[in-house]
Design a binder for this molecule. Structure first.
Ligand SMILES: Nc1ncnc2c1ncn2[C@@H]1O[C@H](COP(=O)(O)OP(=O)(O)OP(=O)(O)O)[C@@H](O)[C@H]1O
Ligand SMILES: [Mg+2]
Length: 410
C-alpha cells in the first residue's frame, strides 16, 4: 500500500506532494501511538500534521480530519493509489478577497497584522521595566527556570546524570510536554509587563545571543467569517514557527495576551461555533509544538483563568498567579518610583498603608500606584507650581481610588 499523498487546492490542483507514502505515515503513527500512548487515529493525525507543517502547508482541521479517515481507510483498501488533502491556501485567498467593510461603495480588505509586537532582546527599556517590577521575584525565578529547561532540555539531562547516574524517565518525557505557560490574576499586577520583558533577563543569562518575542495580535480573531479565525490562527502559529526556525539557536516566545478571548471554555453556553473551531485549532497547534523541530514557548496571559478551556489549562507546564501588592511591596514600589525624593521609610510606609485595603475592601494595584496615583500627584504639583512631595502624593490618595477587583464573570 504505497499510496502517495497529494496536497491540493480548493479546485483540485496539485500544490505539493508529501515526501511520505501512506504506509510510511502508518508506520510512523504506530510507533508514535505506542510511545505516546495515544490512539491510532490521533497518532496518524499528529504525523500528518507534522509533515504538513514541515512543508509549510496549511490545512483546515476538517481537511486534516478527512485525510486521517482516508489514511485509516487505506489500510482496509490496499488498492488505493493516492489520497488528497485540501490546503487552505485557495480557500483563504477567496475569503480574504471577500469584502469585510464598505467605504465609498468599494470593498475594503484590511491586511492582517499577526503580531502586534516583534521584539529582539537585548532591549534596554525592557530590562529596565523588568528590574522595576516589585514583588515578583518568585514568579521571575520560576519563569526563567521554565524557559531555560524548555529551550535547553540538555540541562535537565545533565542534572539527572549527575544525581542519578542516568537520564530518568520523567526527564526523558520532559520534551513531550506542551511548552505553555499561563499568567493569570488581578488587573494591573504586572502580568503583561513581565511577559513582555522576561526576554531581557533571559538573554542576560548569556546562554543565547538573542531572545525573540512575538506578541499575537487579537486581530487574529478575524471578523466572523466561517473558518476565518481558524485559518488566521493556523497562519499565525505557522508564521511564529517560521520565525523561530529562522534563528533555531535563539529562543522565541509567542505571547498571547488576553488569551481568554481566543481560548475560552467550550463549557460556556454562549460559545460561538467559530470560537470552538478556533479553540480546537489552538489545541492542535499547541500539541504540534511538542514534536516541532524548533522550540517555541507560548505564554498565555489572562485575567480569567476559569474562562480558559480546561483542555488548555491541562496542557500548561507552569501557571503563575498574580495578586495585588502587599504593604511591603507597595512601599518598595513607592521607594523605586520616586527614588530622587529620598522619602524616609516612615513616609514610604505611610503611603503604603494608605494605599492598602480601602473601604472598598481591596488595596491599590501596582499599576494604580505607578500609572494613576503618581502621575496625578505630579500633575497637581505642576499645576500648583510646587515640588513633588510626600504630602502631594498622600493628598492624591483620597482622590484616586483603587481599581475594582477583577471578578469571574466580569
Ligand atoms: N509588580 C509590579 N511592580 C512595579 N510596577 C508594576 C508591577 N505590576 C505592574 N506595574 C506597573 O503597572 C503597569 C501595568 O501593568 P501590567 O500591564 O503588566 O498589568 P496586567 O497585570 O497585565 O494588568 P491587566 O490584567 O489589566 O492587563 C506596568 O507597566 C508597571 O508600570
Ligand atoms: Mg495585561
Amino acid at each position: 500500500m504505497n499510496a502517495s499523498i497529494r496536497i491540493v487546492d480548493g479546485a483540485g490542483a496539485t500544490l505539493a506532494m508529501l515526501s511520505r507514502s501512506v504506509s510510511d505515515v502508518l508506520e510512523e503513527a504506530s510507533r508514535r501511538a505506542a510511545s505516546e500512548k495515544c490512539s491510532r487515529l490521533q497518532a496518524i493525525e499528529d504525523v500528518l500534521a507534522d509533515h504538513l507543517r514541515k512543508l509549510d502547508v496549511l490545512v483546515w482541521p476538517l481537511a486534516l480530519h478527512r485525510a486521517v479517515q482516508q489514511v485509516d481507510a487505506a489500510t482496509r483498501a490496499p488498492q488505493v493509489a493516492e489520497i488528497t488533502i485540501e490546503s487552505t491556501s485557495t480557500a483563504l485567498k477567496k475569503e480574504q478577497s471577500m469584502p469585510t467593510q464598505r467605504e465609498n461603495g468599494k470593498p475594503q480588505t484590511p491586511p492582517v497584522q499577526f503580531f502586534g509586537i516583534t521584539r529582539t532582546y537585548p532591549h534596554k527599556p525592557s530590562a529596565a521595566l523588568y528590574e522595576s517590577l516589585v514583588g515578583l521575584d518568585r514568579h521571575k525565578e520560576a519563569l526563567l527556570t521554565e524557559l531555560q529547561l524548555q529551550f535547553s532540555p540538555e540541562l535537565l539531562e545533565q542534572w539527572s546524570r549527575k544525581h542519578h547516574g542516568a537520564v530518568l524517565k520523567v526527564v526523558q518525557e520532559q520534551p513531550l510536554r506542551v511548552p505553555l505557560v499561563i499568567f493569570s490574576g488581578d488587573v494591573g499586577c504586572g502580568k503583561t509587563a513581565l511577559a513582555e520583558t522576561v526576554g531581557a533577563e533571559f538573554v542576560a543569562t548569556g546562554r543565547y545571543k538573542h531572545v525573540h518575542l512575538l506578541k499575537l495580535n487579537t486581530q487574529v480573531r478575524g471578523t466572523g467569517f466561517v473558518g476565518q479565525m481558524t485559518d488566521l490562527l493556523v497562519q499565525a502559529f505557522s508564521k511564529a514557527l517560521a520565525e523561530a526556525r529562522s534563528h533555531p539557536a535563539e529562543p522565541t516566545i509567542l505571547l498571547i495576551d488576553e488569551a481568554d478571548a481566543l481560548a475560552s471554555s467550550r463549557e460556556s453556553d454562549q460559545m460561538h461555533h467559530e470560537d470552538k473551531a478556533g479553540l480546537n485549532t489552538i489545541l492542535q497547534q499547541l500539541d504540534g509544538l511538542r514534536t516541532s523541530d524548533v522550540r517555541l514557548v507560548v505564554l498565555f496571559v489572562t485575567n480569567r483563568p476559569d474562562a480558559l478551556d480546561p483542555a488548555i489549562r491541562r496542557r500548561c507546564s507552569l501557571q503563575l498567579t498574580f495578586a495585588r501588592p502587599t504593604q511591603a511591596e507597595r512601599q518598595e514600589i513607592f521607594r523605586r518610583a520616586v527614588a530622587e525624593l529620598r522619602l524616609p521609610p516612615a513616609q514610604l510606609g505611610e503611603l503604603a498603608r494608605l494605599t492598602g485595603v480601602a473601604q472598598s475592601g481591596f488595596g491599590y494595584t501596582s499599576s494604580d500606584i505607578t500609572d494613576r496615583l503618581l502621575p496625578a500627584a505630579v500633575r497637581s504639583s505642576y499645576i500648583a507650581n510646587r515640588p513633588l512631595t510626600f504630602e502631594a502624593i498622600r493628598d492624591e490618595i483620597g482622590k484616586t481610588p483603587p481599581s475594582p477587583q477583577f471578578r469571574a464573570g466580569d
